[in-house]
Write a protein that binds this ligand. Structure first.
Ligand code: FAD
Length: 418
């Protein structure tokens, strides 16, 4: 084929694909390469292993990396952000309470950068809104995931997608974790583990106690019918998936099949085009850990300032049931706090959690599970784990004053100080 024939053919294909519209240029990049990437078996030593790269996990990893820990993050999906991105709940809250900001740090840095780059809008935190959600922030889920990757890279954090732990064993003063992916097996030796899987899956694998309700809150499948998705500016439509269970791949598959089938029914019934559909159901509730400290709903609604508080939290008590949700707002001036002890499984060493699996009773958890609070926990866990690794000790032995000092240095707002 001559050069001009090749050009004609390429133009023909482009026109066919684009419905007759010719494109003037294409862009291309070459995939990053890394030594050992093609080998199926790998052994790696790190200080901090973060399992789960979701709302809390990516913040934990970035913080651990910035604090100087050699950090690896293992994520079973294909991107960072978890419920914020893959679940499509790109509406994090709440960073403010009663007219001032109460959660900042790395989570806020990421949200702020995302909104600025996307030309989005910020709520006015100086104003107490009539409805709590009015001060939540719209973020562009696609941009958010890429910015999180960039921040991991800048902090020296290694990312391993499509992998999950298969076994965890004690090894010396730390752990040996075998992670598998498709065509891969990675043996990780680490000093500290932070379980950010949402449902405390690593804690469960270790046989440590977890709590779970007989009937959990519904999950939701997010989509758009009839109108295009405008990420970072609008919320998506939500469909309750009752019985959605994030326990394992089989239960997640069932939730996704149910959610998608229901969306298809809507398309047929409403005769509207399906303009957007998230790849996975968002899960509100599964397992919570039994930590050194258990946050009760009284602690939460009274804004108890724990001695070892490492982050603030703020949201109404927000329990979704079969008949919907009626958020119960907190009393004016109340700002709940999260103690370090609620991020440490009872009796464990060299192990922490961050995110919605925080040690709490069910009603406290219905408020604690929101994204800004998860980000705050992620930063506190990442920082504490990195200090514990550097001092060859376990998280609860790290001097609290040092944790507070370093958190403040990394931009976090300390409880009782906002
Ligand atoms: C429908 C819905 C609406 C909500 N609305 C709001 C709202 O408006 N505002 C708000 O702030 N919050 C909201 N929430 C709550 C909030 O989004 C979540 O509670 C929070 O994002 C949970 O964060 P997480 O880090 O604990 O878990 P996730 O963000 O879910 O992250 C867990 C990550 O771990 C990964 N993972 C799981 N198991 C493994 C494994 N074995 N190995 C490796 N990786 C694993 C997952 O793929 C995921 O990336 C909502 C939640 C839902 C579901």
């Amino acid at each position: 084929m001559s050069n001009s024939e090749q050009t004609d053919r390429r133009q023909f294909i482009q026109k066919s694909i684009l419905g007759g519209m010719a494109i003037s240029s294409t862009s291309e990049v070459f995939a990053q390469s890394e030594e050992g990437a093609k080998e199926s078996d790998l052994t790696q030593e790190v200080d901090v292993l973060v399992v789960g790269g979701g709302t809390a996990g990516n913040i934990a990893a970035i913080q651990a990396g910035r604090a100087g820990a050699k950090t690896l993050i293992i994520e079973r999906g294909a991107q960072l952000g978890g419920t914020t991105t893959t679940g499509g709940v790109a509406f994090p809250g709440l960073f403010d309470a009663w007219g001032k900001q109460i959660i900042a740090g790395i989570g806020w840095e990421l949200v702020k950068e995302c909104v600025e780059l996307d030309g989005g809008k910020f709520p006015n935190f100086a104003k107490v809104p009539k409805r709590h959600w009015q001060n939540q922030v719209f973020v562009n889920q696609f941009l958010y995931a890429i910015l999180a990757e960039e921040k991991c890279e800048q902090a020296g954090v290694k990312i391993a997608y499509h992998e999950f732990p298969q076994s965890v064993q004690k090894a010396g003063i730390g752990w040996e974790v075998v992670c598998v992916g498709f065509g891969t097996r990675r043996r990780v030796r680490c000093k500290q583990i932070i379980d950010c899987t949402g449902g405390a899956e690593v804690v469960g694998m270790m046989g440590l106690p977890r709590l779970r309700e007989e009937e959990t809150q519904p999950g939701s499948m997010l989509f758009n019918l009839g109108e295009a998705n405008n990420p970072g500016h609008h919320q998506l439509h939500r469909l309750y998936v009752h019985g959605a269970d994030s326990s394992n791949s089989r239960t997640v598959t069932l939730a996704n099949l149910t959610g998608r089938r229901s969306v298809l029914e809507k398309v047929r019934k409403e005769k509207k085009r399906l303009m957007h559909l998230q790849p996975e159901t968002g899960f509100r509730e599964s397992f919570r850990i039994v930590g050194e400290t258990m946050i009760t709903v009284n602690d939460y609604t009274n804004g108890r300032l724990f001695r070892d508080a490492v982050s603030n939290a703020f949201y109404p008590v927000d329990l979704h049931t079969k008949s919907g949700v009626k958020p119960k707002p907190l009393k004016p001036g109340t700002v709940p706090t999260i103690p370090l002890g609620a991020l440490v499984p009872k009796g464990s060493q060299n192990l922490m959690v961050a995110g919605r699996c925080v040690s709490s009773d069910r009603l406290a958890n219905s408020g604690l599970r929101v994204q800004a609070s998860c980000m705050g926990m992620g930063q506190a866990a990442g920082l504490t784990a990195s200090l514990a690794a550097a001092q060859s000790t376990t998280p609860l032995e790290v001097p609290l004053g040092e944790i507070h000092r370093e958190l403040a240095k990394h931009g976090a707002i300390l409880p009782g100080k906002s």
